[in-house]
Design a protein around this ligand. Sequence first.
Ligand SMILES: Nc1ncnc2c1ncn2[C@@H]1O[C@H](COP(=O)(O)OP(=O)(O)O)[C@@H](O)[C@H]1O
Ligand SMILES: N[C@@H](CCOP(=O)(O)O)C(=O)O
Length: 293
Amino acid sequence: MLTVRAPATSANLGSGFDVFGVALDRPADVVSVERADETTIEVSGAGAQYIPEDPAKNTAGVVAAELDAPARIRIDKGVRPSSGLGSSAASAAAAAVALDALYERGLTGEELVRVAAEGEAAVSGEAHADNVAPSILGGFTVVRDDGVLSIDAEVPLVACLPEIVVSTRDARGVVPDSTSMDDVVHTVGSAATLTAGMQRDDPTLVGRGMDEHVVTPARAALIDGYDDVVAAAEAAGATGVTVSGAGPAILAACYPARQRAVASAMVEAFENAGVDARAYRSSVGSGAVIVEK
Ligand SMILES: Nc1ncnc2c1ncn2[C@@H]1O[C@H](COP(=O)(O)OP(=O)(O)O)[C@@H](O)[C@H]1O
Ligand SMILES: N[C@@H](CCOP(=O)(O)O)C(=O)O
């Protein structure tokens, strides 16, 4: 049996819709694989009752088919589905890394990202790789049609997950079809600022670079309490706040000394809006690792 841990991720970071992603320290999915004649899947852990065990409908099963690597796959979910924390991607990433090792395929990190993205396509309708890239490679990642960049960064983050479900498929449906040139210019400025911030480990630049006026407001409307949580996080010292992935999780950047206060403020603001929530304090984390061979 071979076991891989793949972390939760936060995609978009505001200005990098379908492009930026970041690995979080926690939570994570743990996936174990054994060779078999045909693929079977068992799921346990957070939200397991909502996750299909049919290999054609589970991101890990789609990855096994893509790699032509049949296996008995056991998934222990740490990342709750429909969270905005790359739940489906964490299983896809872990399965890609585990099956590549099990069958000694020797794929590169970038090849593994492409395979895992096919798993994502099966559930979200499109092969966006901005969650699987950081879950496999770690760090802050930039996904383009022609490749993936990964940058190591040391920036404190808080991911606050409310007890609300927003499916990525639905949240992709509210993204506007077009935007103005002013918004394009603003988004490019933010994205460049955020990238420089990651390169310099600068929470102020990262936070400022999250600002975006097209996708974020459309998705924020799906999250009860969003404006109050943003205001509370900023008052507690967050340098920037945005929707994590497609939501409902909300991501904040901050300085280390403010991380605990930002986390508490976000949870409290959700609770004041009548929504239970929990906060994960993290830095920019590592990618998937084999934990047992
Ligand atoms: N291994 C898996 N882990 C989590 N969700 C999965 C998995 N395989 C398929 N799914 C489906 O994907 C959807 C959740 O994915 P998504 O909406 O992208 O959540 P998240 O925003 O957390 O990534 C659910 O409908 C779930 O049933
Ligand atoms: N770029 C995608 C990211 C979805 O992330 P998830 O964690 O919500 O699955 C999008 O914004 O749709």
